[in-house]
Each structure stands twice: as structure tokens, then as C-alpha cells.
Design a protein around this ligand. Sequence first.
Ligand code: C5P
Length: 219
Amino acid sequence: ARRLVVAVDGPSGSGKSSVCRAAARRLRAAYLDTGAMYRAATWYCLDRGVDLDDEGAVALAVEDLPLSLSTDPDHQTVTVGQADVTEAIREARISERVSAIATNREARALLVAAQRRLVDEAGFVVAEGRDITTVVAPDAQVRVLLTASAEVRLARRGLQMGGTQSTEALQRQVLARDAKDSTAVNFTEAADGVAVLDSSDLTFEETVDALVSRVESVR
Ligand code: C5P
């Protein structure tokens, strides 16, 4: 099969993961969730008692991170060594500390290299994160920045968390994480050649349709 890379970046709560997974399913493409790799690295550091503020120790841990990640959109499993961390990496204790990995230069370089290998192996892939359109796969045939207003992103994350979180807790999870992440990568503006897809006024299905039709137009 021909190599076709669909690169999607965006802030948390933009709906990136579910939109990209659904689009990959419809296109029969692989799906690469790069955020899961930063999350798995965070899990590993916490599990091994690595001080997340110690940049050198974090880089060393990420160097021998025994990560295995499925790129099948129907079976998203993430394992670290013998541990299935698919669920654990979504916990708030991980989300609150993942920026320590994201802002670690050496750790980023290692994860970016691993992501490039996974993209190459997959051939036809929808890859999503914060720096896919700019760093991991700037040569992708389809490059999209998926955005939504802060209000909409907070509301979506609130629904995702079961409506039990206070507005302050949601703001801490969504906006504060974006602020920390954006010191490492710029995902708030589209780079040259990157199309902005604003999902604020779109339903989930409409957003998936918009992404799928962009891919079909270059196929
Ligand atoms: O997308 P998700 O919320 O799962 O990403 C978790 C974290 O991983 C982000 O908050 C960010 O710190 C980091 N990340 C990154 N670059 C990527 C993907 C994720 O820095 N390409």
C-alpha cells in the first residue's frame, strides 16, 4: 500500500483522539495516539519512583521505556513491560504530571524518534498529538490543526469525566495543561500548510466527515 500520513494536532479537549480513531476506522488506516506515549512514559517514571523534576533521571528512564503500543484503531492497548497500562494512563494523576515529560528535551527527542518509526511502519496512518504536523511528520500529505473554543473544550471534557468535576477542576486539567504544554510545542496556531478544522460548531460525526473527506481528496 502507498504511504499516506494524516497528521493531526490540537489542544486537550479538542476531541482529537476520538475523531482521529473514528476517521482511521473509516479509512481502514492505522491510528497513532502519541499522547499515550507521553502518558506511558509518565506512568513508568512514577512506577519506578523517578523524580519528575530531575531532567536527567527522566531522560534515562525514557531511554529504556519498555513501551508497546497498538496502532489498531479497534484495539488500543498500551503496555509498559508486563503491565497493561491502557486504563491507568488516563488517570488524573498522570494527566496532571505528563507535562514534565513533554517539556523534557531528551525525552521528547526519544519519543519523537519512536513515533517516526511507528508512522513509517504503519504506512497509512492517522497520527495525532501536539507536534505531528510540525516535527514528527511535517511531510504528511494531510496536515490538520483540530481546534475548538476553550468553552467547548471544557464542556466536552466535563461530559467525558461524567459531569462530576467542578469548573475549577476542569480548568486545571484542560487549560493549565495546555499552558504548560505550549512551552514545549506550539499547537495553538497552525504552521504553514496546516489546515485549521474548528469543531466548536460541529457534531462529532461532522468533524469525522470533514477529516475523512480531506484524506479522500488526496488519496
Ligand atoms: O493528547 P493527550 O492529552 O493524551 O496528551 C497527553 C500529554 O502528552 C499532553 O498534555 C502533552 O503534554 C503531551 N504530548 C506532547 N506531544 C504530543 C502528544 C502529547 O507533548 N505529540
